[in-house]
Design a protein around this ligand. Structure first.
Ligand code: NAP
Length: 262
């Protein structure tokens, strides 16, 4: 693989994905930008080509549509120049679970989980075969926080975290780096999609600062990067507590509290 492999970024038309595109272009990587809004990607590509001289291709795709998704999968399978996948496209919907329509939550799942999974599945065998490359999956701290009340969105992000941690264990030894990035509230258009006024919210991170921090985690080959978390030992203690519980689940009999007297 080249010293600067091409990077395919999903959700590259705005927000976190556009910021990733700018970072990798500045580092000298050619790009494949994927999203629905062609005009926005063209404008971004023109700016980045002018500033960096890298080659940028635009793929217009709605990743909730099987045919569009399959085309991007094929590209990831076949194009040996692509060595890094930024699995970023994602969205959120407002309302409580009983207010959200079944079709709307199904579409949310299609984008936030199925597309992420299928794109990783398309590129992973080729990267493992090459013994190099990287898959970056954009999760969210909501994925570890059912208390936040964004149930379906959080469930999709819990999937992204678990998938990333599992893939990191499976693919890491084969030379493929897998990173889960867990932003908290970040100033992008996603908040408009859930009907929230991001300017009225406290503790919102600038998108460039978020991606710069995530890139430092990328360079350090962190498995999980949580840019806003001040004390990484809190995350580490969470993992240690989880791992300490696991050996106790291998039991022939139910726990004493579930045993009947007779
Ligand atoms: P954003 O500004 O709304 O951008 C979302 C991107 O995804 C856009 O480029 C959008 O482009 C693309 N997209 C949406 N639906 C798509 C579809 N059906 N097919 C293909 N592309 C689609 O949101 P963002 O905040 O940058 O979100 C990026 C990722 O970060 C998401 O996975 C999100 O869950 C995660 N995240 C965000 C925050 C936050 O506070 N902002 C926090 C934690 C995690 P088109 O509309 O052109 O398709």
């Amino acid at each position: 693989m080249a010293a600067h492999p091409s990077v395919l970024v999903t959700g590259a038309s705005t927000g976190i994905g556009a910021a990733y595109a700018a970072r990798f272009a500045r580092r000298g990587h050619d790009l494949v930008l994927v999203a629905r809004n062609t005009a926005r990607m063209k404008a971004l590509a023109a700016r980045l080509r002018e500033a960096t001289g890298v080659a940028i291709e635009i793929v217009t795709a709605d990743l909730t549509q099987p045919a569009d998704l399959a085309a991007v999968e094929a590209r990831l399978r076949e194009d040996v120049r692509i060595g890094i996948l930024i699995n970023n496209a994602g969205t959120a919907i407002g309302g409580s679970f009983i207010e959200q329509g079944t079709e709307d939550v199904a579409r949310l799942l299609a984008l936030n989980t199925t597309a992420v999974l299928r794109l990783a599945s398309a590129i992973a065998p080729r990267l493992a075969q090459a013994g190099e490359g990287a898959i970056v999956n954009i999760g969210s701290v909501v994925g570890i926080a059912p208390e936040f009340g964004m149930t379906v969105y959080g469930a999709t992000k819990a999937f992204v975290l678990f998938l990333s941690q599992g893939l990191s264990l499976e693919l890491g030894p084969k030379g493929v780096y897998v990173q889960a990035v867990l932003p908290a509230a970040t100033r992008t258009e996603i908040w408009g999609h859930v009907g929230a006024d991001v300017d009225a919210m406290a503790g919102v991170m600038d998108v460039n600062e978020l991606v710069d921090a995530a890139m430092i985690g990328f360079d350090r080959r962190e498995a999980v990067t949580i840019p806003p978390l001040p004390d990484v030992e809190q995350w580490n203690a969470f993992q240690v507590a989880r791992q300490a519980m696991l050996p106790n689940t291998r039991q022939e009999h139910a726990a004493a509290r579930y045993r009947t007297a007779d």
